[in-house]
Design a protein around this ligand. Structure first.
Ligand SMILES: C[S@@+](CC[C@H](N)C(=O)[O-])C[C@H]1O[C@@H](n2cnc3c(N)ncnc32)[C@H](O)[C@@H]1O
Length: 292
């Protein structure tokens, strides 16, 4: 079967990934029942099964994939991930390693234009059939490709259920995306970039029930002229530190293109737009700054 030629045999997995694979596989076993009973719960359950049968391809939970095995995200967590990203029909979503297409199809059912990137062509074909059955094939598309060589620049929202090691490899590319791009991961973190939010689903979810959200921050590190005073900013991902004049700033962070910090008891909130930023300061009215 074509699947076996694409899959990484377990023996060839790097040592560092084997425990994770084993953990994912163990959990996969636990969710097999869930999967069999309701894998496509919201994305046309009968249609999904029928499509698989028609194609003669039924994926196995825990089967090998190029860089990570296939384990489906529980539908309740798919819903939570999209909620956390605050998706709207204007958003373009990309699921990296899209499996049977459930996240992409659910996004399309919410009116988004969504694309799945999946290495395994059998899963791609199954996803296309599932999207067709769900009536969203026009908005839910799938590409047989390697996520490491895929252009991410058109995505407003990226979803993924990969591994921490893979997320970390993707991190520089994610950080170079436009400010405000949202990234949601099932369970796995992104190294020392702390998530902006984390939520765990407790209903209808046995394993892999935590979603982590990151919002790509605007890059603001450096010196800014703020009405004759120097605003000096140091930036670590979304967290900021620095000084306004000689006063240290506190409680300072980015939320996409939105900046907020406190100096001398005054709360500054604003928006960054390239080399300028502007907003309001509590009790002081408007403020603006330009990059030096
Ligand atoms: C854990 S599953 C997640 C599936 C789906 N995103 C979900 O949440 O239900 C990971 C998927 O990534 C795919 N995959 C592994 N390495 C890949 C790569 N380099 N490029 C694209 N897809 C890959 C696997 O085939 C598998 O379907």
């Amino acid at each position: 079967m074509r699947r076996s030629t694409l899959s990484s045999p377990r023996a060839r997995l790097p040592l560092s990934l084997r425990p994770i694979r084993a953990a994912m596989l163990a959990s996969a076993m636990a969710v097999t029942l869930f999967h069999a009973a309701g894998a496509m719960a919201q994305a046309a359950p009968a249609a999904a099964a029928q499509a698989s049968q028609q194609k003669g391809y039924v994926p196995d939970v825990g089967q090998d994939g190029k860089d990570v095995i296939w384990v489906p995200t529980p539908q309740s967590l798919v819903d939570k991930m999209l909620d956390m990203a605050k998706v709207t029909p204007k958003d373009r979503l990309m699921d990296l390693g899209s499996g049977d297409g459930r996240t992409v199809i659910t996004a399309a059912q919410r009116g988004l234009t969504a694309q799945g990137i999946e290495y395994n062509p059998d899963l791609v074909e199954l996803s296309r059939q599932n999207a067709k059955r769900a009536g969203v094939a026009d908005r839910a598309t799938f590409v047989a490709a390697d996520l490491f060589t895929t252009d991410l620049s058109q995505a407003d929202v990226i979803t993924m259920f990969l591994l921490s090691t893979i997320n970390e490899k993707l991190r520089p590319r994610i950080l170079s995306l436009p400010a405000g791009t949202r990234v949601v991961s099932n369970t796995f973190r992104m190294g020392d970039w702390e998530p902006d939010a984390s939520e765990t689903v407790t209903q209808n979810c046995q394993t892999y029930c935590t979603a982590l959200l990151w919002i790509v921050p605007a890059k603001v590190e450096g010196k800014w002229d703020m009405g004759g005073q120097t605003l000096q900013l140091e930036q670590r991902y979304q967290m900021l530190s620095g000084k306004l004049g000689s006063t240290p700033i506190s409680d300072a962070r980015m939320d996409g293109a939105a900046i907020a910090f406190t100096a001398d008891g005054v709360r500054y909130a604003g928006l960054v737009n390239g080399r300028s930023m502007s907003g309001t300061a509590s009790g002081k009215g408007d403020w603006s700054a330009k990059r030096n």
